[in-house]
Ligand binder design. Sequence first.
Ligand code: NAD
Ligand code: IPM
Ligand code: MN
Length: 356
Amino acid sequence: MKKTIALLPGDGVGQEVMRGAVHVLRSIEKRFGHDFDLKEFPIGGTAIDLTGSPLPNDTLRACQNSDAVLLGAVGGPRWDHSKMRPEDGLLQLRKELGVYVNLRPVQSMSALLERSPLKSEIVKDTDLLIVRELTGGIYFGEKKRDVDRAEDALVYHKFEIERTVRRAYEQARKRKGKLTSVDKANVLESSKLWRSTVSELATEYRDVVTEHLLVDHAAMKLILKPAHFDVIVTENMFGDILSDEASVLLGTIGVLPSASLRDDDFGLYEPVHGSAPDISGTDSANPIGMIMSAAMMLKLSFHMHEEYEAVERAVREVLNAGYRTADMRTSRFQSVSTSQLIDQVVYRIEEDAVSA
Ligand code: NAD
Ligand code: IPM
Ligand code: MN
């Protein structure tokens, strides 16, 4: 199958982990006889330096003309005080592409149990999906700034809530049949609308168990009893914060992938982590979040289920064989570099083909 994929490595470790996705896609292409047209475009700080804009027109146009987009990460201290922010490029990209719902699966892996700061018996049955509204809320409301006053408006329209919550219910139907909607309906008007919209939709999805949790309680429960959760659906900013919190269950944010979707097959796929300026340039970043984001693209945008399984299996085997980047290391294993871990995953995808 021929597919056009725009690659936006971005800044910091984004560049390093993107190499992993490219090598994995090349090995999948070879093994399954596909034709992936992969082209790189600048975004974020790198694009500001090159063109003066965090989302150059050529980059946006290339994404709009692709079947899917892979993104590494944007941002870094270099641009923290510049007039234009790299992060604005990513937010504008999500908005322009209309990818209103973001899926962030968090599943415990037996090979990583030791690495979690929480007890194994608490985290071992974690298998949850955060469904985050991605193109509305406080990120996109009106902003005002005076010397001594600043304002960010948090606005939600019912249709934005409804389309995200429907996607979450559909996921819950395919999973364990439970939906937890997270809001701050004891304080915020936007959350009251969120909650009443979820309650209305619940009558259409009676086969799914619906619960509402206030976000402060949800943050606590996520750490106390992660196995309680199946699908968590929430607004943009709460979803951002809860997903970094959920990464602690696994011991590192470096392994978490995500998919940002709309109503057709198109998707923007990116790891949950950022540009990790503290480790960038050291070939030590974990490429698994990026590699699994590419795998999600194969499954969700291209309906390549066998190909998805091949990547997932290769990653699992590499971890079971004891290969760890520094963020996954425990006293039992030495760490390997980003490049070495990528080579191991690619080797297993290819070896698997020979033994199949
Ligand atoms: P971060 O996610 O970049 O880093 C948080 C911590 O996690 C750091 O200690 C880092 O070393 C570690 N980490 C992150 N990714 C890792 C990986 N692949 N392997 C191993 N360890 C990893 O968050 P931050 O430091 O708050 O943000 C840095 C910059 O990244 C900021 O400019 C921020 O705006 C940006 N950011 C971008 C995205 C994105 O592009 N989607 C997401 C989050 C943050
Ligand atoms: C994420 C990031 C972004 C967000 C930033 C970089 C704008 O933290 O994708 O989780 O807040 O959505
Ligand atoms: Mn985030």
